[in-house]
Each structure stands twice: as structure tokens, then as C-alpha cells.
Design a protein around this ligand. Structure first.
Ligand code: HEM
Length: 387
């Protein structure tokens, strides 16, 4: 399969925003949306742009729809069950624990180290595992699952929906999902007997009150474990990559850690960890001068919106203290990322810990940067830092 663009995605998005901001991809039958204004509308108007995937599936999916692919009222109910656990006030209780994890990880790193393997992966995965109540000693297995789920071996640049995946790839993904489902099923059964103070027990409690089904608990677990770490791993990796790319920014944040929050927002904009989200048109609608028909799939390129010259001054420059910075990296509207306060807190703590660890370093040098193999996510699976 050939790729649809030559060179960097950013160059392709710039061209598409100018020449074909609402583009119908005939080969794969979906609309692609590139401009900030249009992406913002797709994300904000959930009545018109449904999160339910209406593309024909070849087999019964292993997991039922998660909160991500539900519309109200079921979406509202599911979100309300766990939303308190992700509020900034609740998360403050986790702050000391996250600092300790970050410090301990850095104590164990060798002089030349792979930032992803030693730090950016274990930090968020330990935190989400603790919050959910799954043993963090199972981390190596989670990583294998993620690698097997998100590696598009044949063509990492093309978006492929479940209905298009090749039989061998579909088999691989289903087998990982079945392993994950059994893993969570065992933990859910255990929590039914012995509830704890964790997210899975909270979901089990809602089940015992008849609010959600066991299938919904299992889908929620699947989503929380994955969404709770892969994106944050990428954010931390991308932040360090930005420091290596731009020594001036490194000096700025190293000198005054007070710059970290705005710096993280710029990393989210400039190197958006999630590149796109998808929706289905619920009815015919006019968007960006085109008519989209009911049932058609829409790919909203968040990462392109975050480089839109109509909204951001010098969008292709990394400006560490950019303000305002209305990026869409966490989405918008009713599906706005539930974990955004957690991800921001983890990334800020991670950067404080790393910058303190590197307080004698003049600059950050990267020996090897290996990008993740999927167009959906933007980040690195390996990022070796020179001593
Ligand atoms: C939703 C990005 C971290 C849990 C989303 C969406 C985006 C996103 C773009 C919206 C999807 C859509 O509209 O279809 C990110 C990024 C992260 C991050 C860039 C880190 C840098 C997290 C963390 C968690 C999390 C740490 C923790 C559990 C969720 C959940 C949803 C979601 C549950 C679904 C919300 C809903 O449908 O109402 N995320 N996320 N995310 N995220 Fe995150």
C-alpha cells in the first residue's frame, strides 16, 4: 500500500489545510478534516458527530463499546461514575506518590539510558495500575500487549479501521484483547469478593447497584489501562525530545522550573501524542463547504488543527512559553480527556524530576530515537539519552 504523502506529516497537513481542508478519502471511504475551526466543530457537536463507530465489523468485537465510543445518555452515566477519581482535588492525594515513583526510577537509571524504557513508560503505567488496583508487577505484560496492539507492521502511515485490517493482523489484535479481557475478568471477580479502595472496586460497586454491566466494566478497564499510560509515555518522551531539539528551551526550563507547565502545553500542541480522533455523521451536515452524509466516517486531525496558522502565531515554531495556547490535544466537548489533569500532573512531575537529575548537564543529546509504529500516536518507543 502506498503512502498518501511524501515526507513529513506536518508538510502534508499544511498543504491540506490550504488546498483541501475537507477531504474525502475514496480508497478508505472517510472524510478527513484538517482546519482548527472544523476539527473544533466536529469534537464539540456530539449531536451531529457521533462517537459510535458505524462501520461494518467483520466479527463481533472482543470488547463492548467503551465510554470513548458511546453517546449520551450511556456516556454521561459511565463518565459520572469515575469522574470524581480524576478531578484535580482528588489527584492532589496522588502527587507525593508520583514524585516518589519518579525519583526512584531515576535513582536506578544507568548513565546512558533509554528514557522510554527506564522512565517515561514505567512512571504512568505504575500510577494507572495503582489507581485501578491491578498489580504493577504485571507491567512487562502490559507493554507486550500495547506493542502488539499498536504496531502497524505493514504501513504505519495509513489509517486503517477495524473493518480493513488484514486477517493475520486482526487475529493478533483479537488474541491480545482476549488475554486482556480474561485478565480483567479475574480481577473483577476477585474485587467482588474483596472490594478495595480502587477504580475497579468503584466500577464493581456500580455494577452491584445495577448501573453498569460486567461487559461495560471490562471495556472500561481496557480503556483506562491503555489510555492511562501510552499517551502520557509519549508526552514525556516528546517533552525530552523537544529539550534536545532546542537547547534554548532547555536552558530556560532548567534555570526556572516555573516554566514547566507552559512548556508541557506547547509539547502537547507541537508534538500532539494523539494525532486524530474519529466520528460518524449522525445526519447530513455541511462542513467546510462540503456535504457529509449520515453514516459517513470523519477523521478529525487534532495534530493538524494544532498547527493551524489561523489560530496559532508561527505555528511551526516551538515557543516554550506560548500563551494563550488553545490546543486540542486532549480533545474537546463531552469526550474531553478524562485523564487530562492526571497526564498534566505526571508530565510536570516527570520534568521536574528529570531536570533536577540533569542539573549539571549543559544540553540534552539523543543517541537513538525510534518512533512508535502507528500514525494514531506520536511518540517514541526508544529514546536513548547520552550521558
Ligand atoms: C479521551 C488524549 C491521557 C483517559 C481522550 C481524548 C483525547 C485524549 C484526544 C478524546 C477522544 C475523543 O474525543 O474521541 C490524551 C492525551 C493524554 C491522555 C494526549 C496524555 C498526554 C489520559 C490519561 C487517562 C486518559 C492519563 C487516564 C485514565 C481518557 C478517557 C477518555 C479520554 C477515559 C474518554 C473520555 C470520554 O469519552 O468521555 N484522551 N489522553 N487519558 N482519555 Fe485521554
Amino acid at each position: 500500500m502506498t503512502t498518501r504523502f511524501a515526507g513529513k506529516l506536518e508538510v502534508w497537513w499544511t498543504r491540506m489545510r490550504k488546498e483541501s481542508p475537507l477531504h474525502y478519502n475514496r480508497e478508505h471511504q472517510y472524510w478527513e478534516v484538517f482546519r482548527y475551526e472544523d476539527v473544533n466543530r466536529v469534537l464539540s457537536d456530539h449531536h451531529t458527530f457521533s462517537s459510535q463507530n458505524r462501520r461494518r465489523q467483520k466479527e463481533e468485537p472482543v470488547f463492548h463499546d467503551s465510554i470513548l465510543s458511546l453517546d449520551p445518555p450511556q456516556h454521561t452515566l459511565l463518565r459520572s461514575i469515575v469522574s470524581r477519581s480524576f478531578s484535580p482535588a482528588f489527584l492532589r492525594e496522588w502527587e507525593p506518590r508520583i514524585r516518589t515513583i519518579a525519583k526512584d526510577l531515576l535513582l536506578q537509571t544507568p548513565p546512558d539510558f533509554d528514557l522510554i524504557n527506564h522512565f517515561a513508560y514505567p512512571l504512568p503505567v505504575t500510577v494507572i495500575a495503582d489507581m485501578m488496583g491491578v498489580p504493577s508487577k504485571d507491567q512487562p505484560m502490559f507493554r507486550q500487549w500495547v506493542d502488539r496492539l499498536f504496531t502497524m507492521e505493514n504501513d504505519p502511515t495509513n489509517i486503517r479501521f477495524a473493518d480493513e485490517t488484514k486477517p493475520d493482523e486482526r487475529k493478533r489484535i483479537r488474541s491480545v484483547q482476549m488475554d486482556m479481557k480474561q485478565y480483567f475478568r479475574d480481577i473483577v471477580h476477585e474485587r467482588k469478593q474483596r472490594p478495595q479502595n480502587d477504580l475497579i472496586s468503584l466500577l464493581v460497586d456500580s455494577h452491584s447497584h445495577g448501573q453498569i454491566s460486567e461487559e461495560e466494566i471490562l471495556s472500561f478497564c481496557f480503556l483506562l489501562l491503555l489510555a492511562g499510560h501510552i499517551t502520557t509515555t509519549n508526552l514525556i518522551g516528546n517533552a525530552v525530545f523537544s529539550l534536545a531539539e532546542d537547547p534554548e528551551t532547555y536552558r530556560l526550563v532548567q534555570k526556572d522550573h516555573g516554566h514547566i507547565p507552559l512548556f508541557i502545553e506547547e509539547v502537547l500542541r507541537y508534538h500532539s501524542p494523539v494525532r486524530f480522533v474519529t466520528r460518524t455523521a449522525a445526519h447530513d451536515v455541511r462542513l467546510g463547504g462540503e456535504t457529509l452524509h449520515a453514516g459517513e466516517t470523519v477523521v478529525a486531525w487534532i495534530a493538524s488543527a494544532n498547527r493551524d496558522e489561523q489560530v496559532f502565531d508561527r505555528p511551526d515554531r516551538f515557543i516554550a512559553n506560548r500563551k494563550p495556547n488553545p490546543h486540542l490535544a486532549f480533545g474537546k466537548g463531552i469526550h474531553f480527556c478524562l485523564g487530562a489533569p492526571l497526564a498534566r500532573m505526571e508530565a510536570q512531575i516527570a520534568m521536574q524530576a528529570l531536570l533536577s537529575h540533569w542539573n549539571r548537564k549543559e544540553q540534552i543529546q539523543i543517541q537513538e530515537a525510534r518512533p512508535v509504529k502507528t500514525v494514531f500516536l506520536n511518540g517514541y518507543e526508544k529514546l536513548t539519552i547520552a550521558s
